[in-house]
Design a protein around this ligand. Sequence first.
Ligand SMILES: *[C@@H]1O[C@H](CO)[C@@H](O)[C@H](O)[C@H]1NC(C)=O
Length: 253
Amino acid sequence: MKRFMYLLFPCLFSLFLVDCAADGNGYFMYADFWCAVYSREQAQVEYLVDWYFNKEFMMQYNSTVGNWTGFTPAGLNTASMLNGDKYDILQRKIERQLICVNNVGLVLNITEENRAEPSVTLVETTSSSHETMLVCSAYDFYPKYIKVAWHQNGQEVTSGVTVSDVMTNGDWTYQVHSYLEYTPGRQDRVSCVVEHASLSEPKILDWDPSLNHSERSYLIGGVCALLLGAVFLSLGLIQYKRKSCDPRFSNTL
Ligand SMILES: *[C@@H]1O[C@H](CO)[C@@H](O)[C@H](O)[C@H]1NC(C)=O
């Protein structure tokens, strides 16, 4: 612990974080400076510093709280030391202004210009444990924040719901998948409700419990086969009739 503290202090005051990020053995310290922007209201802009040591989240500065919060013993010590330092407090206020507040307009304009509407699908699937699940997927949306909810008879349900992480598509857009445990044959009205910044109102997809997609495709396949069979049968009959009327064939019989 002593050694950690000793290593930590000079780093916190250093502007050259790279020096702290690698000792002779490689990676050990990491800090993430970021802004949380909720609206164009500058007073609401939050400036945050997440501080990690050996990949452990040890303390955070949150400008709304106005000071550092420690999460590990070393983090608690360092946080209380920094919170008593009026220069650190001043430095973070200036950083908030320069890094976050001055760039809010720019960040929001870029976000708005690149907005992309999610395309939403709702299908039935079977999980590895052979349970039936409904999968609601939202594809190709931006920005990242999205809400995918399940409604059963008009009420939001949260039990039996699993949501994947929001995954990047490799470009600037994202996708997410939400799974609902589902008992086939129950006469519930189930729908998937997607809310996103690009949508003026939520996208709602209703599940049709009478026929799921695979049953529907079997049915369509069956009807097609039946029709095809009927066509061949009638062709065969016509041919047979022709042949039996043809005198050449009658003669040979
Ligand atoms: C910062 O602190 C405020 C007040 O406690 C809290 O509401 C907010 O969620 C925090 N911000 C983040 C990004 O955690």
